[in-house]
Design a protein around this ligand. Structure first.
Ligand code: GLC
Length: 546
């Protein structure tokens, strides 16, 4: 089936699209450095074209000391030499464009690296014009302005003795928060956006964007009072070209807020990443390291709400994975005997919904989590967690269990291309170990197997463009209390679609509604038919109104 190429200059093209999140550091190395690079991505564009995706969300490639893998940017308009040059980037945008693939740049507009020239200037004196680009409070070295904690551990305030002031950082010490109240700063950031628009990008993924309007005196991080005002200004000032897509990372979004962020008039953003579903398997009120079993009825209710409450009034992004999250097949599927079936089932459940689906690199291969000894992990969050929890008296074994289940490096292991050395990722030493299972799980094997997870995703992507119910259908949840089956319908005036997924590793009963008895099977992960749903069985049925 030929790929349908969407016209990216048209408003709303992304509503029929499927996006692919690419983590450059782990995608393809061409220099033997052990770190992926832009030329590596160029060399794999045919693979992405075969998959059929419409756009790539490229994790940060801007100049950075890499304290937080590029989410600490020191120059928004330069390419980190580790990844290549601006000429490579221009070639990547052009070559992707030829294949109908748009590029989204990942920008951290909430903070910079402490090596950014603005911060280095800000440190020079209180009256330096750049000083007010950051968030400062006067004080003495022993008492921080308040007890706010940084996401990666420790206080959210760091003291600068030369200035007699504390600066605010929601993440690492090396990631000082920007002060969006300063109009000069905002103008500089809009210039950054315009710079990348002039390079021909299709849009932006905006890192922790709901935290820009912070008010640390009132301990407000997400959803500050001026947030919508900033979004509207950004959209008005910098996103002038029709068709640009923006996806904002918004951990604090509920459906009401998301409706504003993604309002159909385009006054704010195109869509946000919200994380409500992602938090359902942790202990209430605790953080992601405190594991709890997933309740399927709760997961279903969560998706139902997002699907129904944004219908016609906003737009969902659909994802299970990203570079901060564990691999979904290991998390809510089964990464042993039923790895293939469960990976396909999870894809069916998600891609059947309304919104823009995001595939995270390797998800289309069913890549799994990894278990490494502590010293082999690279992520600062993992090491900070281990230090903090050990000091608090946690059993180190329990802390490792949490890291194996939730650590961000699970998603960041190198892409598995072949069964050859280092999975074909590098000829050098990979910056993070390759998962041992690469001999079985790799792109080469997937491309040679017509029943692979890869081709299942390819089919789902093509269906989204062919069958209008994927994009437009209203959502109705069936059997909300069922502990095994996730089933729903998508209905338009012209047709009806039924998605049925057995979310468990045992057989499950589900009665196909009368109206769908003779419907076309658009996709399924079992070849033969059966009365009962087999482990992780999934299917999508469809009929048109006559
Ligand atoms: C976002 C990114 C994450 C990063 C953090 C700080 O959550 O996805 O990887 O560490 O922001 O920039």
């Amino acid at each position: 089936m030929a790929n349908v190429i969407l016209d990216k200059s048209k408003r709303g093209w992304w509503k029929s699209a499927v996006f692919y999140e690419l983590y450059p550091k782990s995608f393809q190395d061409t220099t033997g450095s052990g770190v992926g690079d832009l030329r590596g991505i160029l060399s794999r564009l045919d693979y992405l074209e075969t998959l059929g995706i419409d756009a790539i969300w490229l994790c940060p490639i801007c100049a950075s000391p890499q304290v937080d893998n590029g989410y600490d940017i020191s120059d928004f308009c330069a390419i980190d030499p580790m990844f290549g040059t601006m000429a490579d980037m221009e070639e990547l945008i052009a070559e992707s464009g030829k294949r109908g693939i748009g590029i989204l740049i990942d920008l951290t507009l909430n903070h910079t690296s402490n090596q950014h020239v603005w911060f280095r200037e800000a440190l020079k004196s209180r009256d330096n014009p750049y000083h007010d680009y950051y968030v400062w409070r006067d004080g003495t070295p022993d008492v921080p302005p308040n007890d706010m904690r940084a996401t990666f551990g420790g206080s959210a305030w760091t003291y600068v003795p030369e200035l007699g002031q504390w600066y605010f950082h929601q993440f690492a010490v090396e990631q000082p928060d920007l002060n969006w109240e300063n109009p000069m700063l905002r103008r500089e950031l809009y210039d950054v956006i315009r710079f990348w628009v002039s390079k021909g990008v299709a849009g932006f993924r905006l890192d922790v964007i709901d935290q820009i309007a912070k008010d640390p005196d009132r301990k407000i991080t997400a959803n500050g009072p001026r947030l919508h005002e900033y979004f509207r200004e950004l959209s008005r000032e910098a996103l002038l070209e029709e068709g640009l897509v923006t996806v904002g990372e918004a951990w604090g979004a509920d459906t009401q807020r998301a409706r504003l962020y993604s309002a159909p008039d385009g006054s704010e953003l195109s869509m946000v990443f919200q994380f409500e579903h992602i938090g359902l398997d942790q202990q209430p009120g605790k953080d992601k390291w405190d594991l709890a079993p997933l309740s399927l009825p709760k997961l279903k209710d969560c998706f139902r709400r997002w699907q129904q409450e944004l219908y016609g009034t906003g737009w969902n992004s659909l994802f299970f994975n990203n570079h901060d999250l564990p691999r979904i097949v290991s998390r809510w599927g089964e990464d042993g005997k039923y790895r293939v079936e469960s990976a396909k089932m999870l894809a069916t459940m998600l891609h059947g919904m309304q919104g823009t689906p995001y595939i995270y690199q390797g998800e289309e291969l069913g890549m799994t989590n990894i278990r490494l000894p502590l010293e082999q992990y690279q992520d600062l969050e993992i090491h900070n967690l281990f230090r903090e929890r050990s000091a608090q008296g946690y059993d180190p074994q329990d802390v490792m269990e949490s890291i194996w289940a939730r650590g961000r490096d699970n998603a960041r292991t190198p892409m598995q291309w072949t069964s050859g050395p280092n999975a074909g990722f590098t000829t050098g030493t990979p910056w993070l170990p390759v998962n041992e299972n690469y001999r079985q799980i790799n792109a080469e094997a997937a491309l040679a197997d017509p029943n692979s997870i890869f081709y299942y995703y390819q089919k789902l992507i093509a269906l989204r463009k062919r069958v209008p119910e994927f994009r437009d259908g209203s959502f109705t949840l069936l059997c909300p209390e069922d502990e095994q089956v996730f089933a729903y319908t998508r209905d338009t005036d012209g047709g009806h679609m039924l998605v049925v997924c057995n979310f468990s590793g045992t057989e499950a009963a589900f009665e196909i509604p009368e109206a769908f008895r003779n419907a076309e099977v658009l996709i399924t992960n079992y070849e033969s038919e059966a009365e009962i749903l087999r482990p992780y069985e999934a299917k999508i049925l469809h009929y048109k109104k006559i």
